[in-house]
Design a protein around this ligand. Structure first.
Ligand code: URP
Ligand code: ZN
Ligand code: ZN
Length: 463
């Protein structure tokens, strides 16, 4: 007795077939043109696409940041993710300077345990380049099932690390089967420009964007790639916001380097004008790197299409306008950075990518799921529909329409950067390891169902 998903069009990163899927326990047991329904629970998927569940490689749940803590924890964040079609998230465990990576990971396991509604993995951030920290990296990869480590070139005095630390981390990861992720913005230059702007009385949200010029992202992306080149190490550039930074990635790849790039829904939909919204609404868009001039959107989309950018992460980092973003009412540099995007990530890629004709269905799956699984050591358990893979299945109705709004979303936050946007295509049902976790707009899963997913070592995949 299993669950039979019947009559849909099954789409993976490479194939598209009319097929039935049989789920037994937590796995996909059979995939065939027609499977006898006798004895099974039948789910009618006629008229739908059946995708592997989404993998969101970039979330911040229950994270202290900017003098407060993100509004979504592992329960509310993963519930909203499930309703949006995502069945696995990879969250950032924050390392504290002087402490061990092991302790950072233990803290994040504690945050997620018993709360997560879908499966999860972790990246670790690196806060210092001490010998002890570097020596821990191979152990974390081999024993703890985490294969990726983020370094921050921005957020001076907070998360920022210098080039020495970045270079050592690249070398340690190269030798141990890890992948370095980089937040590429020149934090020193941003710090100077920000102090100057504030001294001149420039305090509104728009100054967040004006004090983080695109050249800061371009320069840092180029520097990080050159550091990776010297170290002969692979590199993953998170939340690429601009054509300039994306071009640096393309250039590095042309030199034969293993450089991967991620962009996010907010960079395909929002633009710099949003910072000028009245009544402090511009604060919603205060995230880093900042939202760019509109023309960048087309370039980022073209890079996704040409596979010069490889993943689509939400960078979900939710803060309420009321009581949280308000911390920077009189000083843009005190507005906590981040936006709530975990729920709408897949809908945005489908609308802006597939419905516009820019990307095909296979590419939609690659960008929203498969490539992340490959890079972060989860493939083929996750990220595809194949016999033996986990039954993480997204039944997608390509014709259902909805309007995105904070008044109806499921994230635990009072704002949505896509407010009022009409999207066509949404989940009809979502399965996480065989458990139906969403049906239309209703959460049908269970708090605590989500389990930690150990990552295999990183190997340089061809994407
Ligand atoms: O503004 C952002 N992106 N907040 C989350 C932290 C980060 O840099 O990813
Ligand atoms: Zn970042
Ligand atoms: Zn982030």
């Amino acid at each position: 007795m299993g669950t039979l998903i019947r009559g849909g069009t099954v789409v993976t990163a490479t194939d598209r077939n009319h097929a039935d899927i049989l789920i037994v326990d937590e796995r996909i047991a059979m995939l065939a043109e027609r499977i006898d329904p006798a004895g099974h629970d039948v789910v009618d998927a006629t008229g739908t696409y059946v995708f592997p569940g989404g993998i969101d490689p970039h979330t911040h749940l229950d994270m202290p940041f900017g003098g407060t803590v993100t509004a979504d924890d592992f329960e509310t964040g993963t519930r909203a993710a499930a309703l949006g079609g995502t069945t696995t998230i990879i969250d950032f465990a924050l390392h504290t300077k002087g402490d061990s990576l092991h302790n950072a990971l233990a803290t994040w396991h504690e945050k997620a345990r018993g709360k997560a509604c879908i499966d999860y993995g972790f990246h670790l951030t690196i806060a210092d380049g001490r010998d002890e920290t570097m020596a821990e990296i191979p152990k974390i990869i081999a024993e703890q099932g985490v294969n990726s480590f983020k370094v921050f070139m921005a957020y001076k005095h907070v998360l920022y690390v210098d080039d020495e630390t970045i270079f050592k981390t690249l070398q340690a990861c190269r030798d141990a089967g890890g992948l370095v992720q980089v937040h590429a913005e020149n934090g020193d230059v941003i710090e100077v420009i920000t102090r100057q702007a504030l001294a001149e009385g420039k305090t509104d949200p728009v100054w967040h964007a004006l004090t983080r010029p695109v050249e800061c992202e371009g320069e840092a992306t180029h520097r990080a790639i050159r550091l990776a080149e010297i170290a002969k190490a692979p590199l993953y550039v998170v939340h690429v916001s601009s054509a300039m930074a994306a071009d640096m990635i393309s250039d590095g790849r042309k030199r034969g380097l293993s450089i991967y790039g991620e962009t996010c829904p907010q960079y395909l939909v929002c633009d710099t004008e949003d910072y000028r919204r009245p009544n402090f609404e511009g604060a919603k868009y205060v995230l880093s790197p900042p939202i760019r001039d509109k023309w960048n959107q087309d370039v980022l989309l073209a890079k996704l299409k040409n596979m010069e950018l490889h993943t689509f992460g939400s960078d979900h980092c939710s803060f309420n306008l009321c009581g949280q973003k308000e911390l920077g009412k009189h000083d843009f540099s005190k507005i906590p950075n981040g936006a709530p995007t975990i729920e709408d990530r897949m809908s945005i890629l489908y609308e802006v990518g597939v419905n516009s004709g820019a990307i095909g269905l296979n590419q939609f799956v690659a960008l929203s799921s498969t490539n992340a699984a490959k890079l972060f050591g989860l493939f083929p358990r996750k990220g595809t529909i194949a016999v033996g893979s986990d039954a993480d299945v997204l039944i997608w109705d390509p014709n259902a329409e909805r309007t995105i709004s904070a008044s109806s979303h499921h994230m635990n936050v009072d704002n949505n950067v896509f407010e009022g946007m009409r999207v066509k295509g949404r989940p009809r049902a979502v399965f996480s390891r065989g458990l139906k976790v969403a049906e239309g707009n209703t959460f049908t899963g269970r708090k605590g169902h989500g389990a930690f997913q150990r990552a295999e070592k990183f190997y340089p995949v061809q994407l």
